[in-house]
Design a protein around this ligand. Structure first.
Ligand code: ACO
Length: 441
């Protein structure tokens, strides 16, 4: 490996590490479109799914059947009938749905049974797949005078049975077919099944592996992140395909019902699932109930992250050393910037109440997240915080970052402008930092 590619690998691996840690032990529902399954992508997708399982992610996979059904119907010279977007399932269609589910299930089970050659003890590491009667269904009934036949809706998800299989280390494979208490089978929509599974299992994420790259804005740009409200506004615009609208509706529903994230991405692109889950930029669209990024007051749980951020800069002499004890005693002065539950930056505000003076300190953005505006956001946050606390002048002392403050409305200041106790400290530590001031009045 060349030094450049080795450095890139290390950077990527470091970026992935917090996501690996965060997803271990969490449940993810993967809703795989039949477009992906029919496009010969199953083998590479299965490898990524096996990787997720080996990292301790609890996986429930629900698959679609539509493309298989279309193929079968075409071969038989028949067509599927729909009413208001719902498939009408008569007796003959139900038989074909069952056949399609059987074919898909066996294909998925076979793909997931393959064991990467480089793995030691291949048999023991084989991912076990559990299927069963996990979905209880009820008939959709008669809609606008049209008998929807064996098209059904979810009545209940047998969460206990699924959790048992997940606890045993299995991947749970669910087909979009449900059984009724009267012993009949009903044809279910992929998104209906996926959203019911995600909500009932209190999944961390619902991931749609679709044939589209993700959600696009009205002018066609791929949106990497969306809040539920933004997704609703896009839905109201009615600018998407029927499939995308269904996925968006399901995503909004699960977010409103306790699932932390929904993702819509292209399952046809090799590695898209891994890129979406383990990189900050992702590969498709990630949806959350509210904004992904927030700045909040730090607490003792953040000390480890703050140390990780500041330690290299302390060694380089850019920041004043602050040990754990100091951080424990001053944590109330710190704020952290987190994105998708990972801390990417910190800043501290020390207030000298009597003089109405504030000092911004310890402003750091993680090297892998710099130049994206986080520094500016942390500065804005501290400016607001300082104003709210009656600060009229905000100081920043820096050995290396003077220009950055200079470009953001700070001016050079004299030592004598600092509160006396801060002047004393300044003279003691002999760092000879440059002093910058910004008026807040
Ligand atoms: N001097 C001048 N400009 C800089 C510096 C610097 N030391 N570092 C970054 N910039 C510029 C970038 O080149 C970029 O410029 P561009 O917009 O023209 O391309 C711009 O700042 C990026 O701005 P943001 O995206 O808002 O800033 P970012 O999220 O990268 O965070 C920060 C800026 C906090 C300075 C970050 O680079 C960092 O953590 N640096 C190391 C730690 C540090 O020096 N902290 C300040 C200590 S002093 C104190 O806390 C009082």
């Amino acid at each position: 490996m060349s030094p450049q590619s080795s450095a890139a690998f290390v950077a990527d691996f470091r970026q992935a590490a917090p996501y690996i840690h965060y997803l271990s032990g969490k449940t993810i529902v993967l809703a795989v479109s039949s477009h992906v399954l029919l496009a010969d992508k199953l083998a590479s997708l299965a490898k990524d799914i096996q990787l997720l399982a080996s990292l301790g992610v609890r996986l429930v996979l629900v698959h679609g059947t539509r493309q298989y059904l279309n193929q079968m119907m075409r071969a038989a010279g028949e067509t599927l009938s729909y009413h208001r977007g719902w498939r009408i399932t008569d007796e003959a269609t139900l038989q074909q749905v069952k056949q399609a589910c059987g074919m898909v299930r066996f294909d998925i089970e076979a793909a997931l049974s393959s064991s990467p050659a480089q793995m030691p003890d291949r048999n023991q590491r084989r991912l076990r797949v559990a299927s069963g009667n996990f979905l209880l269904a009820k008939p959709l009934g008669v809609m606008d005078g049209i008998d929807m036949g064996y098209t059904g809706r979810i009545r209940k998800v047998d969460a206990e049975a699924i959790q048992q299989r997940l606890n045993e280390g299995c991947l749970v494979l669910v087909s979009p077919l449900g059984q009724s208490l009267s012993g009949k089978s009903f044809n279910l929509g992929l998104d209906d099944a996926a959203q019911a599974l995600a909500v009932t299992l209190k999944a961390e994420k619902l991931v749609f592996l679709a044939s589209e790259d993700g959600v696009r804005s009205t002018d066609g740009a791929l949106l990497s992140q969306l809040t539920a409200a933004e997704a609703q506004a896009l839905l109201d615009n009615n600018a998407h395909s029927a499939d995308m609208s269904r996925m968006l509706k399901a995503a909004i529903y699960v977010l409103e019902n306790g699932v932390r994230r929904a993702h819509i991405l292209c399952g046809l692109n090799d590695g898209s699932l891994i890129a979406e889950l383990f990189t900050r930029q992702g590969s498709g669209t990630a949806l959350a109930q509210s904004s992904f990024m927030r700045i909040r007051a730090a607490d003792n749980h953040d000390i480890g992250d703050i140390i990780d951020l500041i330690a290299p800069l302390e060694s380089a002499g850019i920041l004043l050393p602050r040990n754990r004890e100091y951080l424990e005693n001053h944590i109330h002065e710190f704020s952290v910037l987190e994105h998708d539950c990972h801390v990417y930056g910190c800043v501290a505000l020390k207030v000298f109440e009597q003089q109405h003076i504030g000092e911004l300190a310890c402003l750091v953005v993680s090297p892998d997240a710099q130049d994206g505006g986080y520094g500016e956001l942390l500065l804005d946050y501290v400016l607001k915080q300082a104003k709210a606390r009656g600060v009229s002048t905000l100081f920043a002392l820096s050995t290396n970052t003077g220009d950055w403050f200079d470009e953001r409305g700070f001016e050079t200041a004299e030592l004598s402008e600092l509160p006396p106790e801060r002047q004393e400290q300044y003279l003691q530590n002999k760092r000879r930092s440059k002093i910058y001031r910004r008026s807040l009045v």
